[in-house]
Design a protein around this ligand. Structure first.
Ligand SMILES: [Zn+2]
Length: 456
C-alpha cells in the first residue's frame, strides 16, 4: 500500500508519465535519456506514517514534552527514507551530492536536522528552517526533529587538529542538564577518535538532539533519548546510548555496509567500540569482563552474515551486535594489539572503505588478512558464516601430558592454556600441542573465543 499520493514526475524539466504501485515509482520516459546525470523532480504529498514502536518500528513520532510543547521525531532505519520521501531504497547506494531540507513549523518550535543550518525565515506564525549537508548520507539519516529546543554549542578540536563545533539540541525543560551532558559527550568524542580517527563529519557539526524515542545514528544529528540516565565507568558518568549511537558516525555513517547481510559491520564493530571505552577508562580486566558476560547472550541460531539482498528485519538478529562485537574481540586477540589497533584505524580512515565506497564482509576479511599477514578467512567463516563454535579437543596422554588440538579450523590460532605451572599462550593447530600438567588444562580462561571444549 502507498502512504502518499504522487502528483507529478519531471525528468530533466519535462513531465513524464509514471506508475506508483506498492511503494515503487516507475517512470515511463517519453524518450531515451542522454548518457550522464538526469534531474528528477517528484511532487507528492499525504499524511506521514506514524511509528508504533520507534526506533524498532519506524515512522513519525508525535509527542509532547512535559510543558505541553509539540515534540516530533522520525526514525526510518528499517523502513528506509521512502517512509516519507521518494528515494532509492537499498543500502548499496547513498545520495552523495548533498541534501537540502526546508522544514516549516510553528514559530515557537525549533527544527534540528543534518548538516549545517543555513538560515531560519520567519513568516507570520511560522518559521522555515533550511538545513543542508554535503556529505554522503544514508537515506534514513535524512530526517528532522522538532521541539522546544535550546542549542548548546562548544568548540572542539579534532584529533587531526581541525576546528569543529559540538551542538546539543536539548528540550528547554532540560536545559540545566546540557553542560554536564556535553562534558560526557566531549569525553566520548575524544575516546572514539583515539581508536577510529578523526570525527568523520567535522566540516559540518558534531550534533546530538534529544528525542522522544531511545536513539538512532542520524548522521551529524544523532538522536538521543536515554533521559540522562548515566552509569559509572572509571568513576565518572557514562551514557551507553550516547556512546553507541555516536559510534555509528564511524561504523554506519562513515563506513557503510553494502547489504543488510553485512550489518554486523555497523552494529558489531560499533558495540566492540563501546567495550573499548571501558578498556580506556576502567582497564583491560573490566573490558574482558564485558565479553565474559556477553558470550551468554549469543544465540548462534543463524549465521551473523546470512545471504545477500535480505531485508532489515531478517538481518537484524541480536547476534549482529553481540557475536559481531565478540568476533572483533577474538580478532584483536588473534592479531595482537600491535597489529590489530593500527589496522582497525587504517580501515576506518581509508578512502577505499569510507563515505561513497560501501563495504562488504569480504572487504573487511581481505583487509584484515592483508594487515595481519595471515589467512583469516577460516576465522571469518567460522564466526560470521556459520553457527559453529571453535572446537578444542583435550586428549589425556600418559605421564601427566595432554594433547590440545583445534578441530574445526585449518589455521593455527593463539590459545591461552592454564596448567599447574601457570598460563601460557601457545600457537595451536589441528595437529595439536603437547602440554605438561598435573591438572586438566584450562583452555582460554579469559574467554577470547566462542568455543566448545571436548575432553577425550
Ligand atoms: Zn547500533
Amino acid at each position: 500500500m502507498n502512504d502518499y499520493t504522487v502528483h507529478s514526475v519531471w525528468v530533466n524539466g519535462s513531465k513524464q508519465p509514471f506508475d506508483f504501485k506498492d511503494k515503487l515509482i516507475t517512470i515511463q520516459l517519453n524518450k531515451e535519456l542522454p548518457a550522464g546525470k538526469a534531474s528528477v523532480k517528484i511532487f507528492y504529498g499525504g499524511k506521514p506514517h506514524v511509528a508504533r514502536r520507534p526506533p524498532w518500528d519506524d515512522g513519525f513520532i508525535w509527542s509532547k514534552d512535559s510543558t505541553g510543547h509539540q515534540w516530533m521525531a522520525i526514525t526510518a532505519e528499517g523502513a528506509g527514507g521512502k517512509l516519507y520521501f521518494p528515494c532509492k531504497d537499498h543500502p548499496s547506494d547513498e545520495p552523495n551530492e548533498g541534501v537540502d531540507m526546508l522544514i516549516t513549523v510553528p514559530k515557537d518550535l525549533v527544527v534540528a536536522g543534518p548538516g549545517v543550518l543555513q538560515n531560519v525565515k520567519k513568516h507570520g506564525t511560522t518559521a522555515t528552517y533550511h538545513w543542508k549537508t554535503n556529505y554522503t548520507i544514508n537515506n534514513y539519516s535524512i530526517i528532522f526533529n522538532v521541539g522546544d529546543y535550546k542549542v548548546f554549542s562548544r568548540p572542539y578540536t579534532t584529533v587531526d587538529g581541525h576546528n569543529a563545533t559540538v551542538q546539543f539540541y536539548v528540550l528547554n525543560e532540560h536545559a540545566d542538564k546540557a553542560e554536564h551532558f556535553l562534558d560526557i559527550f566531549v569525553k566520548t568524542i575524544h575516546e572514539q577518535e583515539k581508536y577510529f580517527g578523526e570525527y568523520p563529519f567535522a566540516k559540518e557539526k558534531i550534533g546530538m538532539v534529544e528525542t522522544p524515542h531511545l536513539g538512532m545514528e542520524h548522521q551529524t544529528m544523532v538522536a538521543y533519548g536515554n533521559k540522562f540516565r548515566y552509569t559509572k565507568i572509571g568513576g565518572e558518568d557514562y551514557d551507553w546510548l550516547m556512546h553507541h549511537e555516536f559510534g555509528h558516525e564511524w561504523w554506519g555513517n562513515k563506513v557503510t555496509a553494502k547489504d543488510w547481510a553485512d550489518y554486523w559491520i555497523h552494529e558489531g564493530i560499533c558495540s566492540f567500540g563501546d567495550a573499548l571505552y571501558t578498556r580506556e577508562f576502567a582497564g583491560e580486566a573490566a573490558y574482558n569482563k564485558i565479553f565474559q558476560q556477553s558470550i551468554f547472550g549469543i544465540q548462534n541460531k543463524l549465521p551473523v552474515v546470512q545471504h545477500r539482498d535480505m531485508d532489515e528485519e531478517a538481518a537484524y538478529i541480536d547476534d549482529i551486535y553481540s557475536k559481531g562485537a565478540f568476533f572483533m574481540h577474538t580478532l584483536r586477540y588473534v592479531m595482537g594489539d600491535s597489529l590489530f589497533f593500527p589496522a582497525l584505524k587504517k580501515f576506518v580512515t581509508s578512502p577505499q572503505y569510507t563515505y561513497d565506497n560501501l563495504v562488504s564482509t569480504d572487504d573487511v576479511e581481505q583487509f584484515f588478512t592483508k594487515e595481519s599477514g595471515r589467512d583469516l578467512k577460516p576465522l571469518f567463516n567460522l564466526y560470521l558464516r556459520t553457527t559453529d563454535k571453535l572446537e578444542v579437543h583435550i586428549k589425556t596422554l600418559p605421564n601427566n601430558k595432554y594433547l590440545v588440538q583445534l578441530q574445526n579450523i585449518n589455521i593455527p590460532l593463539p590459545l591461552d592454556i592454564t596448567t599447574d605451572a601457570g598460563t601460557k599462550r601457545l600457537m595451536v593447530d589441528s595437529k595439536g600441542v603437547r602440554v605438561d600438567s598435573k591438572i586438566l588444562p584450562v583452555i582460554d580462561p579469559e574467554v577470547f573465543y566462542i568455543k566448545k571444549i571436548v575432553i577425550e
